[in-house]
Design a protein around this ligand. Structure first.
Ligand SMILES: [Zn+2]
Length: 337
């Protein structure tokens, strides 16, 4: 059995009066079959602002799932006594898919049981050069970053994410998604689209305003915000695919973000971790794990508040132009006109 799934089902049981729970698909791997859950709490109005928290897309990056289970567990515990939280949830919907790739996690693999990297599996092709293999490849499922066959439908886990985003987030005028990963660099990064091109997204001003709001709210944070394209381009990015889809409705604002936890720092502090496959992606000593689980709660809770009060900080008219200019200056000086 999978410890993360046991913990998720424990939280589901504890929070059952307040949670709407769906099992979106079942993933088979060897002797086991695992459900992929989506949970929501708060406003049931499809037009209410919403935040979606996603994790465990890459089976080795267990820490992303752990961070979301810590936040969800804390919300469920607070629902027993915290009237302010209940009032907040009247205005916002929170959606959780903390364990998207249980088959991969149980087999200690990044990809799903079919050998497909779910973050390279969407039907979007990069518009520039992608790094060899890492940018997504169709050579073989035995190599990492496999996209799946060109003419095949998306994997059931990817489809489950798409359905959840469409049903729970895209009905709202304003929504945010946060997808939790680990394994890149020394710093904790907040990535935003695009991953398939270095061209800025339409909602660059809103992303910059969100960063600005966070800087003012938590001045001592040390997240690095940047478009993923500043690091590398990739084929098949699921969030680019969903972002482009959301653009179909002009009034809709959907801001998909990725928390990329800087796992090299953990390896630097405990070099022996390098010899363990999980150690490259996860903090292994207990005290470090606890610190990681604590530090991101502030950011997750900020997103919940920012979404519920989005009308109070989303820039319009002149301010929007200024945010866009500042963002181009900060992130696209070398690439954009
Ligand atoms: Zn990842």
């Amino acid at each position: 059995m999978l410890d993360e799934l046991i913990e998720l089902e424990r939280i589901i049981e504890e929070g059952s009066p307040h949670l709407r729970v769906r099992s979106l698909c079942r993933v088979e791997t060897g002797a086991h079959t695992f459900p992929v859950y989506a949970l929501s709490l708060g406003s049931g109005d499809p037009g209410a602002p919403a935040v979606g928290f996603f994790g465990g897309i890459h089976g080795l990056e267990r820490i992303g799932t752990h961070v979301l289970l810590a936040y969800l567990g804390s919300l469920v515990a607070r629902l027993r006594w915290d009237g302010v939280l209940h009032r907040q949830l009247e205005q916002v919907r929170l959606v959780f898919m903390p364990l998207i790739n249980p088959g991969g996690m149980s087999r200690r693999m990044r990809c799903n049981p079919n050998g497909v990297d779910l973050m390279r599996n969407a039907p979007v092709d990069a518009l520039g050069r992608v790094p060899f293999l890492l940018g997504g490849q169709r050579i073989s499922s035995r190599l990492p970053w496999y996209r799946g066959a060109a003419d095949a439908p998306m994997q059931i886990e990817s489809q489950a994410v798409c359905r959840t985003v469409e049903q729970e987030l895209l009905g709202a005028e304003f929504s945010i998604a946060l997808d939790c990963h680990s394994g890149f660099g020394l710093l904790d990064r907040i990535w935003f689209p695009h991953a398939h091109t270095a061209t800025p997204i339409r909602h660059l001003a809103e992303i910059h305003a969100l960063k600005d709001l966070f800087d003012r709210t938590c001045p001592h944070h040390d997240y690095l915000f940047e478009p993923q394209s500043r690091q590398y381009l990739a084929h098949g990015d699921l969030w680019d695919y969903l972002y482009l889809k959301a653009l179909g409705e002009r009034r809709r604002m959907f801001l998909p973000l990725t928390l990329e936890m800087g796992s090299w720092r953990w390896v630097k502090k405990s070099p022996r971790q390098m010899f363990s496959r999980l150690g490259i992606f996860n903090p292994l000593p207990q005290h470090r794990l606890h610190r990681v689980l604590r530090r991101h709660l502030v950011w997750l809770d900020f997103l919940t508040r920012a979404a519920s009060a989005w009308r109070n900080w989303i820039p319009t008219a002149e301010a929007r132009m200024q945010h866009r200019q500042a963002a181009v200056q900060r992130w696209y000086r070398d690439t954009a006109p």
